[in-house]
Design a protein around this ligand. Structure first.
Ligand code: TXA
Ligand code: MG
Length: 508
């Protein structure tokens, strides 16, 4: 089949393409068309064969219901059994617009459109060309997003063609969409009404109009952990996914950048290509094969609009893996993160911040063998004044049998009026690491080893890094007394910074 592409003006749609597209629908064919959210793949909602063709073209499981698009509120009563008052209030406020509502269906709506359900999803798009097309084509257009099942939804006509060229009759090309992620879906057949898919219209916005609205627990919970199945069938499928494996890295911005760069370096060192989804603020700070900016962090409309396009672009850039920052924006953040998490198959790397946490009860300094740097760190730190008590210990990453303090360490401590009586080295053991334990490693390679050995524990940092400094605590082992002295000076400086940080952050 040849797919015809007709340009259409989204503000003042021309009659010719509208009539041609309407004719295709009336003949039982399929037309992809722009809306304010994403492009839809339209067929006559009242024709079971048209719905069947939609499923076939998309490669979509036929138990996944379609949204019926209408152009006038009065048409709603033709396809629903009843219209709750709340729906009327919401339609008044948000239609035409990016809100889909679920009602009990009238008998004339074919089960092939509703995926066998007794309910029907209805939406009136806020898009002049879409409304004119729906009207001209008879008033009821069943349309899922116009992508092949599993791929990101299309936000420009060429995305539609990438997926469906040759499989559908026509594409109305109205340029780029406004919002970029799919409509909010609200189920009005339950009380209180439930959001089945977050979108541009947020829970707060809905609650302002109709009072309590709840979020489907299956939407926010993570795959695997979830005991709840999402209630919208389509939300259960793998979705929006680029070809390369995508992971989200979450945490304080500079930590996230650091971690992504670390990971990217490992990939590139082994000859692989890695992509990064960054923001305008951070894009120049990454060292990766491909870095794409999704927009300014505060501009959530832009982030939403660019998301699917960027996921698609990565399919052309031959990367082996993609790492993305997280975008917890105030309004649409939930909708954006919901799509991003699905695209990532819920792979999230959480990078802990270097905040002092009030629940820390134990501090473990760790060096290689537990005989010089960590006991020195312990002795120095214990001489600091803290606003609250803290258990402080020194450990070796490997310490097969107890050894006394290194002699030069002892000498340097003594010269500074400090001693550790009866000290002998101990190995860092899993049993003593609780969630209230902060581990400070003396250097970066140790930090990595500790993280690898105790992957459950997220509170391990490089000592210098934790207090906001760079580099490692140099290992003086086997060097001169002067080197031990230099180590002392460095540890003293870190201890002062750490004590100050703790006392300050305890107060906040
Ligand atoms: O913004 C949008 O909503 C776009 C544009 C084209 O309008 N459409 C769209 O359709 O995103 P689609 O098919 O990709 O997503 C529809 C979602 C699916 O997750 C589906 O399972 C759910 O709506 N859905 C449809 N009817 C339903 C029903 N009766 N009960 C529960 N979920 C339903
Ligand atoms: Mg879809």
């Amino acid at each position: 089949m040849e797919t015809r592409i007709l340009k259409i003006n989204k503000e003042c749609p021309e009659e010719k393409p509208l009539l041609e597209a309407a004719e295709v629908i009336k003949q039982g064919g399929l037309v992809a068309f722009p809306t304010e959210t994403v492009y839809g793949l339209g067929g006559n909602a009242m024709d079971p064969n048209a719905s069947a063709r939609i499923y076939e073209a998309k490669g979509r499981p036929s138990d996944n219901p379609l949204i019926v698009h209408i152009a006038k509120f009065t048409d709603l009563k033709m396809i629903t059994r009843e219209i709750p008052e709340k729906a009327e209030a919401l339609a008044k406020k948000f239609w035409p617009g990016p809100l889909t509502m679920i009602f009990y269906k009238a008998e004339n709506v074919p089960y092939s459109t509703t995926g066998g359900l007794e309910t029907v999803a209805v939406r009136m798009p806020n898009h002049k060309a879409a409304l004119a097309f729906i009207e001209a084509a008879g008033g009821f257009i069943a349309a899922p997003s116009a992508n092949v099942s599993g791929k990101p939804s299309p936000t420009i006509a060429s995305h539609v063609l990438e997926d469906l060229n040759g499989a559908i009759d026509m594409v109305l090309d109205g340029g780029s969409v406004g919002i970029g992620i799919e409509s909010t879906i609200l189920d009005l057949t339950v009380e209180p009404p439930m959001i089945l898919r977050p979108g541009y219209i947020t829970q707060e916005m809905l609650q302002e109009v109709i009072g309590e609205v709840v979020m489907d627990p299956g939407v926010s919970s993570e795959k695997g952990e979830s005991r709840e199945r999402p209630k919208a069938p389509g939300m259960r499928y793998r979705h929006y996914a680029p070809k390369a494996e995508l992971s989200i890295v979450e945490g304080e911005q500079d930590r996230v950048i650091e971690r992504i760069n670390e990971i990217a370096k490992d990939y590139m060192d082994s000859g692989q290509r890695v992509g990064v989804i960054a923001t305008e603020e951070t894009k120049n700070l990454y060292h990766a094969s491909v870095v794409k900016s999704i927009g300014f962090r505060e501009d959530e409309e832009m982030i939403a609009r660019q998301l699917y396009g960027i996921l698609r672009e990565f399919d052309e850039s031959q990367v082996d893996a993609i790492y993305s920052e997280a975008f917890e924006t105030p309004k649409m953040g939930q909708a954006i993160m919901n799509r991003l998490l699905k695209a990532a198959g819920y792979r999230v790397i959480y990078v802990p911040g270097r905040h002092w946490k009030k629940n820390y009860r134990k501090l473990l300094f760790v060096c290689n063998g537990g005989t010089c740097r960590s006991p020195m760190a312990k002795a120095i730190f214990e001489s600091m004044e803290l606003k609250r008590p803290l258990q402080v210990e020194a450990r070796g990453f490997v310490s097969l049998f107890p050894e006394p303090l290194n002699q030069k360490t002892e000498a340097i401590l003594a010269a500074n009026g400090l001693k550790l009586e009866g000290y002998s080295s101990e190995e860092l053991k899993g049993e003593e690491i609780t969630e209230n334990t902060l581990i400070l490693a003396m250097d970066e390679s140790l930090r990595k080893k500790i993280c690898e050995k105790f992957p459950e524990h997220t509170e391990t940092y490089n000592y210098t890094d934790f207090v906001g400094e760079n580099g490692d605590i140099n290992n003086p082992y086997g060097d001169s007394l002067a080197d031990y002295g230099a180590c002392y000076t460095q540890l003293k400086e870190m201890a002062e910074k750490l004590a100050e940080k703790i006392n300050q952050e305890e107060e906040e």
